[in-house]
Design a protein around this ligand. Sequence first.
Ligand code: AGP
Length: 609
Amino acid sequence: MCGIIGYLGDKQATPILMESLKRLEYRGYDSAGVAVMETDIHSTLTKSERKVDDLIAKLSQNMPKGTLGIGHTRWATHGRPTIVNAHPHSDCYARIMVVHNGIIENFKELKEELEAKGHEFTSETDSEVIPHLVEDLYQGDLLSAVRQALQKIKGAYAMALYSHDDPELLIGARLNAPLVVGMGEGEWFIASDITAIIPYTKRVLILGEGEIVAISPVGPQVTTLDGVAVEPRVISVDWDVTQAQKGGFDHFMRKEIHETPEAAANVLRGRIQDNGEVTFNEFTATEEQLGRIRNVKLLGMGTSLHAAMIGEYVIEDWAGIPSKAEDASEFRYRRPMVAEDTLAVVVTQSGETADTIMGMRQALDRGALTVAITNVVGSTAARDAHGVIYLQAGPEIGVASTKTFVSHAISHYLLAIRLAASRNRLSPERLEDLVAALRGLPEGIRAVLAMEERIKELAQRYSKYRNFMFTGRGINYPIALEGALKLKEISYLHAEGTSGGELKHGPIALLDQNFPVVAICTNSLTREKMISNVHEMAARDAPVLALVTAGDSSADAVAADVLVMPAADEAAGALLNTVALQLFAYHVAVALGTNVDQPRNLAKSVTVE
Ligand code: AGP
């Protein structure tokens, strides 16, 4: 995920920016850059399309001198990882320098308007509209121009900006993306997270949503975008750098699970129009192309295969197109029924999984229309497929996929709605309900995260068992499979997943008082069937941990434990269940003392067959 650093003080800015960017590397990024104001009329801009060490090598040859500067590590969301796309970005006259994290949803409209007025853009990024917009609105008061510019922007931003028009002012602002201000002695820092500034100061001003900070040599002033003064909230932190990199969490995995509400908001951002229509910037197949599709193959491995199974379910249900999730490594060596009327959905967080890429090539060779759903801009899947849906989830450092699974599932929901629209399959009422359910997801996920203490208590008790069965039906069947995979990946316990119906056709033989079952019984078409299955499991003495929807007491008498989930639509509820099961797996693993972030024998990206 992108990182921001800004400095205004009495020291040389360049070495501080370089060190801070090094500390932001853990967030994952592909390119980096800094701008330092050397004189009233000149800033030196240095960028690299590679790592911070490469940027440092460039800076070391020609160290810009100045006490005001900004720096950035970029993790590409709009435009490839190139020098021109790397931040900082500037206006037409290189007077205004900006670094930005987040996604500007209406950047195309803004860019068109600005180009019509004569502004010249050099990059493919959404971020570059900010300096041009500020330039356009500037009439002698920089802060006012920034406020007006931000009021025109839809989406999410955390940014740092300075201008030669006001050479003693460093401005920061945020909306739906974090930004903090480090309060030193006669020096101030703007940073996307505390990690960047921790060696310099432990006093941190936390900027609120929609607030803007103007830092001058007398200190910071915080206001809203409307110019109303805000009392600054300054806290003291005593984290070391490692703690700060994990945002105060013990493990990246837990941090990333807690980032799921933001990831869910990001994958939805800008993709559902006011009338419920779904659009994707990088997957622009025509109505004619979509209308030709007669079957959908969804290719993935591991967690991504489970996400593909969710896609299979909703594409068939909502869009009425025969769909099949495929283990890409098997698909590759079969002679699958794939032709020009097939849509191949390539489901891969990394975009580099060898099995999935080879499956994609098979589909391409047979003339299928392909769309990759991936988190990594410029990855092989993104480059080679006809279209891309980016997850925009931010990098995932824990080997076990968590937030990206949820983002993948949401992408499938969006794709299913898009395909349904091409066939007029969803009634306006159903579409409205689905859109409302999707928009409510970040809030619903937050409610599940708030249940963490209860989930931890259950996980600690259940960590004494060595075998687990996970079961669910319908859209919760892949959720059960994923629950089992998560647990086995990080705790090394034996866990398997099965559908509620399949259970009694064999797996039930395993059950006894030492073989617990995690049964997903939340609201769905098949809830009553699942409750019957719970009775069958309990009759074999298996301790059952049942996930039920708030207000449903039908499992109370028969399950050993009940985890009460927030009420939600079936598709949204499945994702709430998955977050609960991720937390369950995490706390079991912590109780057992395994290496949660880097489990044995596993790699984040498997690039060999
Ligand atoms: C997920 O927890 C695993 N690390 C693994 O199953 C992963 O989902 C699989 O290797 C596919 O990876 P991809 O999404 O990057 O293609």
